[in-house]
Design a protein around this ligand. Structure first.
Ligand SMILES: [Ca+2]
Ligand SMILES: [Ca+2]
Length: 180
């Protein structure tokens, strides 16, 4: 009889503990899961990071600071992006809406003169050069310099120029948007 009582008591205590634990885990589990889901959903609902603009399935960052083409390229890479690759009139029109002045784009003939490559290594096909450009020259303070291997754009049509890569100019980064 004594053994049976102990057994019942033990069982009773064990059951009670297990039930408390289950409730505790259950509550904790739901709370954690729900708040984690809420945060996840909030992040995914914004296709572009704070301070970036969306066009189609891409996000664009318009710098306010001027840097050399190479440092602009590095800056974009650090942001998980690269300098913008302009593939359509629609994309150029979108960029024009946000661009205030000259901006670097991801186009250069640094490797081989007159062979214009985008930063992803593709050869320039459709182009938007200003009349007479690219001419491997640029003007600065009314002086004409030779050696222009990096491309800039400004708002409008036929708006690309080749200028000296070292000039401190604002830039545009582009990366994929988070789309569901
Ligand atoms: Ca050149
Ligand atoms: Ca030029």
């Amino acid at each position: 009889m004594a053994a049976s009582t102990v057994s019942k008591d033990s069982e009773g205590i064990y059951t009670e503990l297990a039930s408390t634990k289950q409730d505790g885990y259950s509550t904790l589990g739901h709370t954690t899961l729900n708040s984690s889901r809420a945060q996840h959903t909030e992040r995914l609902c914004k296709p572009c990071p704070e301070g970036w603009e969306q066009f189609s399935s891409k996000c664009y960052y318009f710098s306010t600071e001027g840097k050399s083409w190479m440092n602009s390229h590095r800056d974009c890479l650090r942001r998980g992006a690269d300098l913008v690759i302009i593939e359509s009139d629609e994309e150029q029109a979108f960029i024009n809406k946000y661009m205030r002045d000259f901006n670097w784009i991801g186009l250069s003939d640094l490797e081989t003169e007159r062979i214009w490559l985008w930063v992803d290594g593709t050869l320039l096909q459709k182009n938007d050069w200003e009349s007479g450009e690219p001419d491997n020259h640029y003007n600065l303070d009314s002086v004409k310099y030779s050696g222009a291997d990096c491309a800039i754009t400004y708002p409008g049509e036929n708006v690309w120029l080749d200028v000296g890569c070292h000039l401190p100019i604002p830039f545009i980064c582009e990366t994929d948007a988070l789309l569901l």
